[in-house]
Write a protein of this length. Structure first.
Length: 174
């Protein structure tokens, strides 16, 4: 089941939260910085041992001071107009995270809106990719019982609500 919620991802109690990281995995601004601050310095120490992560892939760490057991880090693509494989890379972010979550036995996962902040991925496109990818993955992996899309503000939530509504209509028609 996919739920769209507003809130602070660092306060969500799930098995794993996803960090919209940069490729260094060493913290940054936005969601990445908030997760590192909330988790504490142990997260940065573990991330240093991971030696970065390529865009579209994911790596997992402990959650430390977060209510989540794990943090799954994924560097999303920077939007460059859509002609450089950005949508496929974003899809890969969600799939890679969900695959890691399933491998670790996670039943609940929370995502932020990957790449829609400083990386400028258009919200309408990003929300459609995210919702479609999450629903498709969870359909074939029932061990993941709930995925939350945690939106920082109501504008972002509106795009994800709309994307979910469109996907539900498509599934009803077939």
């Amino acid at each position: 089941m996919l739920k769209i919620v507003s809130g602070d991802i660092t306060k969500i109690s799930v098995d794993a939260i996803v960090n919209a990281a940069n490729t260094s995995l060493l913290g940054g601004g936005g969601v990445d910085g908030a997760i590192h601050r909330a988790a504490g310095p142990e997260l940065l120490a573990e991330c240093r041992m991971l030696h970065g992560c390529k865009t579209g892939q994911a790596k997992i760490t402990k959650g430390y001071r977060l209510p989540a057991k794990y943090v799954i880090h994924t560097p999303g693509p920077v939007w460059n107009g859509g002609s450089r494989g950005e949508e496929e890379l974003l899809k890969s972010c969600y799939e890679s995270c969900l695959k890691l979550a399933a491998e670790r036995g996670c039943r609940t996962v929370a995502f932020p809106s990957i790449s829609t902040g400083i990386y400028r991925f258009p919200l309408e496109k990003a929300s459609a990719v995210a919702v479609r990818t999450i629903l498709s993955f969870c359909q074939s992996h029932p061990e993941i019982e709930e995925v939350q899309m945690v939106c920082f503000d109501e504008r972002t939530k509106g795009f994800y609500d709309s994307a979910l509504q469109k996907e539900n209509i498509l599934h009803i028609e077939f």
